[in-house]
Design a protein around this ligand. Structure first.
Ligand code: AHR
Length: 641
């Protein structure tokens, strides 16, 4: 009997309307423009083979295995005295000895070369001929070796020179190859063989894949963290990400290993390298294009502490000066006057104006005493030269525990401006931790949730994980006085080339799909607001009781109230909002709902819109507003004042 009445009580509780008070009389703390952002790392073929639109792998023949990605036939040699000091290797194509025989080579691209019918592709090559003129034929061939597009090129000089020809693809083919034949008796030398879609993001020649860059733009990100992640650190110091190698003439950028080549032996990718074709200049430019504050991460002299357990692998504190100089030079590269060394390089690369860099993260995911003793001299040197510059420190790879607490206390002591927290946790953790920031110290550094994602057991980008993230993120917003920015991780994954999942955006060589999690990020990014509005039920924040999570904001410039509410329970709920301080009047608004009846539902390349937000116009009259919340749903309401 007792059990029955308890059950009845619970059911009654579930059936009741949630009376939510939103206070419009007192504007809450400002929400930073940087609040909802993105984090890019070259993992899962996110750069070469992904966002960076180059279609040719190992275009300079400077991978450790010079011909990796290439198949040669006939008379082909690799030589080492090419025109680019940092990438000295090139190929010589010589006559095969008989007119019927052939010399040439073909490139497999990244899981194939993806081309679309009638689209144009810019083929370019640095070349020279042995005598007055040599010639080559360039072909796109399908996996069965059928030729579907051809172009001819005359190499008319004995000096190295860049040649270009535009090829219009006659077919759509996700897994084409680029084949080049020598068509003269004269030998031809070739270096930096490249093929780019002409229709790249903003039409840039060394450009980005348009659909993927557009997906970033559409998120409306406030901050853009790059280039890692673990790849910043290196397994050994020599293979850390060195930004100086990623700028300047693209042909002369020295490529680097990518630790995601071998991090997971069951997802091993022997051809995974960083070409740095999309380097720091292009990443700053992308920040500008998408309206996000750039946030570069640089090595603090510690190698990846997961990957390399040798204490001697790290740079001794006494030898950090070149690393600190790299940090200072990076600020000069981004912001410096064109008369400075690094500011001039930025201008020479086509961007004389400043990139307005305001912050930098020193180190990625470091822990223990090794970190503060290294970050301290960076902070001192950067602050001495740039007193207003913001520095992001790290609290390590876990969201709690001894190392996390130590990291935070050290960042407070060193007065870091923000502390980067990382958490890849299960759905229950996300639901239980929406109140995580309620009790954070308001006087210390601000929080940057620099890497987070909900990991369901099957590691899918399913609706369940997205809903848990949506619910959890109401806690970011309610605590916007202490949480200044957050970025989901990782951002991109090639369906054939992934090492880590879940990921925000998936793609193959021709298509991309925005995950359900993407739409949660987008709903937050497009509905940021300028100030928090206190949102309570019975004076308490809505952070999970009865499965409801809510936050509200005001956009004081657009004059819009933004309500976000997640119903994580599996029954429908009612919520009645009362706006304290709002005069009764008819007001227009919108209701956007993200929901699915199937928790495990994903968006896929073949079914990209399985779960997408639905939007409808609403009218709100009076100063109360009643809403019905579908089971397992996330809703965003806007009300125009
Ligand atoms: O996002 C994938 C990896 O997770 C990042 O490189 C690293 O910082 C974290 O361990």
């Amino acid at each position: 009997m007792l059990a029955f009445s308890m059950l009845l009580g619970t059911q009654l509780l579930f059936a009741q309307t949630h009376n939510i008070q939103v206070d419009l009389k007192k504007l809450g703390s400002p929400i930073q423009k940087t609040m909802y952002g993105i984090f890019f790392e070259d993992i899962n073929y996110g750069a070469d083979g992904g966002l960076y639109a180059e279609l040719i792998k190992n275009r300079s023949f400077d991978f450790p295995q010079n011909l990796l990605g290439w198949t040669t036939f006939g008379n082909v040699e690799v030589l080492k005295d090419g025109p680019f000091a940092n990438n000295p290797n090139y190929v010589r194509l010589s006559y095969a000895g008989h007119d019927e025989k052939q010399t040439g080579l073909d490139n497999e691209g990244f899981f194939g070369v993806g081309v679309k019918q009638d689209a144009e592709y810019r083929f370019s090559v640095w070349a020279r001929s042995a005598e007055s003129a040599g010639s080559i034929r360039i072909e796109l061939i399908d996996p069965e070796s059928n030729v579907f597009t051809t172009q001819k090129l005359t190499v008319d000089s004995k000096e190295w020179k860049k040649y270009e020809v535009v090829m219009k693809s006659r077919r759509t083919e996700a897994k084409a190859r680029l084949r080049i034949f020598l068509t003269s008796k004269t030998a031809v030398d070739m270096d930096h063989v490249s093929l780019f879609p002409v229709d790249s993001w903003k039409g840039r020649e060394n450009g980005l894949r348009k659909d993927l860059a557009q997906a970033l733009y559409d998120l409306h990100p406030g901050v853009f963290r790059f280039p890692g992640g673990c790849i910043v650190e290196g397994t050994e110091t020599g293979d850390r990400y060195q930004w100086k190698n990623s700028v300047g003439q693209v042909e002369n950028r020295k490529s680097n290993m990518n630790r995601w080549e071998y991090t997971f032996p069951n997802r091993y990718f022997p051809d995974y390298r960083q070409s740095y074709g999309m380097g720091f200049f292009e990443l700053f430019q992308l920040s500008e294009d998408i309206g996000a504050e750039p946030l570069p991460v640089i090595s603090c002299g510690l190698v990846c502490q997961f990957q390399n357990k040798d204490p001697k692998a790290h740079v001794p504190v006494s030898e950090l000066q070149p690393y600190i100089q790299d940090a200072l030079d990076l600020i000069e590269f981004a912001n410096g006057d064109v008369t400075t060394k690094w500011g001039k390089l930025r201008a020479d690369m086509g961007h004389p104006a400043s990139f307005h860099l305001k912050m930098m993260a020193v180190g990625n995911e470091q822990w223990g005493t090794l970190y503060p003793e290294r970050v301290e001299p960076f902070i001192k040197a950067i602050r001495a030269k740039y007193p207003d510059f913001k520095i992001v420190g790290t609290a390590g790879p876990s969201p709690d525990g001894k190392d996390f607490d130590f990291g935070w206390s050290e960042m407070k002591r060193l007065k870091a401006d923000l502390v980067d927290e990382h958490y890849y946790k299960d759905p229950q953790w996300f639901l239980a931790n929406a109140g995580r920031y309620d009790k954070y110290d308001r006087k210390g550094p601000k929080v940057f949730a620099g890497e987070y994602a909900c990991h369901p057991k099957n590691r899918k980008n399913n609706f369940e994980s997205a809903l848990c993230e949506a619910a959890f993120m109401t806690g970011f917003e309610r605590n916007a006085d202490v949480v200044y920015q957050c970025t989901y991780a990782p951002l991109f994954a090639h369906v054939q080339g992934w090492q880590w999942k879940p990921d925000l955006i998936w793609f193959d060589n021709l298509r991309s799909v925005r995950s359900v999690n993407y739409y949660v990020q987008q709903l937050y990014g497009q509905n940021v607001g300028t100030n928090v509005l206190t949102t309570v039920e019975n004076k308490l924040p809505l952070e999970g009781l009865d499965g409801i999570y809510a936050s509200s904001a005001l956009d004081k410039y657009k004059n819009v109230i933004i309500l976000k509410i997640a119903n994580t329970s599996d029954v429908a709920k009612k919520a009645s909002y009362t706006f304290n301080g709002l005069k009764a009047a008819a007001r227009k608004g919108t209701q956007t709902v993200l929901k699915s009846d199937v928790l495990d539902q994903e968006n896929t390349l073949d079914n990209p819109t399985a779960v997408v937000p639905t939007v409808k116009d609403i009218t709100v009259s009076g100063n109360t507003f009643e809403v019905e919340l579908a089971p397992k749903s996330f809703s965003v309401y806007t009300i125009q004042l």
